[in-house]
Design a protein around this ligand. Structure first.
Ligand SMILES: [Zn+2]
Length: 305
């Protein structure tokens, strides 16, 4: 069963706020802090203990910084404490717990049974995971980020809802990162599962890759950069849903070895992210286009795919 635990952790909120708003070049302590993994309250306690015991080795290990000094870490804690104690942060804290957290929990409780059944039907297996979602206020900070790498089975969430059941879809999307990681093909398949198939089944209407939203008539769905991969994988995914004999791991492996996917990966590896994004933007504007046509439009070598 998929279990989601909702937590407000001020340190996660603050670190994400710095990621969203602070400029790395601003101050040395911000720069250092942003290069570190995400710290929740539990890990901050450990850091304080290492400072107290003058344990530089453990401090360097937990911060992932082999040069950091006790003095520098003390400065980071002092500066962050000033922000955590500020009036505006406290107000934000209240709003996050009373409003955002409540909204997400209510929607998840309403849909969790549906989601658990969805996985049995669509990927032919039951998922077992306990995922921790750290809540942030979406009016203040960007939510929607897996921090599984830093804190296992964890994500930062708090969304500006663009269409119906948006929260559920992205809670599931972030949860899938804990299971399937961040690799390109896995990510594209995750988007087909959560952002598209789950969204359409939950809402009982809708199309792949676009949605009629609260503020836009044709909202693009998910990370646009993945669209070329999604478009190639999509017809195979529809067949996979119907074929109960194939499991998700085997399906991912088959797609990794798919000729068209391999060629697209080569194109992706040769290009910088911005140029590849141009192809995604072209495809998002015209969802009927094939990857080859989009490449042609982008002025790329069509024979490379
Ligand atoms: Zn993602």
């Amino acid at each position: 069963m998929i279990e989601i635990v909702f937590i407000y952790d001020k340190y996660i909120m603050l670190q994400q706020w710095l990621h969203s708003h602070a400029k790395k070049e601003n101050e040395q302590w911000i720069k250092l802090y942003l290069e570190m993994p995400y710290f929740n309250e539990h890990r901050i306690k450990k850091i304080k203990k290492y400072i107290k015991n003058n344990n530089i080795e453990k401090l360097r290990k937990i911060t992932g910084n082999n040069d950091i000094t006790i003095k520098e870490m003390e400065t980071i804690l002092e500066e962050t404490n000033k922000i955590l104690d500020s009036f505006i942060f406290k107000i934000n804290e209240k709003y996050t717990i009373n409003n955002t957290q409540k909204r997400l929990e209510d929607e998840w409780n309403k849909n969790k049974e549906f989601v658990n059944n969805f996985f049995k039907e669509v990927i032919h297996e039951e998922l077992t995971i306990k995922q921790t979602c750290h809540i942030v206020n979406p009016n203040f900070v960007r939510g929607g980020r897996s921090i599984h790498k830093d804190i296992p089975n964890s994500a930062i969430v708090g969304f500006v809802e663009e269409w119906e059941n948006y929260n559920t879809v992205y809670l599931v999307h972030e949860m899938l990162h804990s299971i399937l990681g961040l690799a390109m093909v896995n990510h594209a398949i995750m988007q087909l599962i959560a952002d598209n198939e789950l969204r359409i089944r939950l809402n009982k209407y809708g199309k792949y890759f676009e949605e009629v939203g609260y503020k836009c008539l044709k909202c693009n769905i998910g990370h646009g950069l993945l669209r070329p991969f999604e478009k190639i994988i999509y017809p195979y995914f529809i067949k996979f849903i119907k074929n109960k004999d194939v499991n998700i791991k085997d399906f991912i492996e088959t797609m990794e070895n798919n000729k068209e996917v391999k060629k697209l990966k080569e194109v992706y590896n040769k290009m910088d992210a911005q140029s590849f994004n141009t192809i995604s933007v072209i495809m998002n504007r015209n969802l009927e286009l094939t990857v080859e046509e989009a490449l042609q439009k982008a002025g790329q070598q069509t024979n490379s795919i």
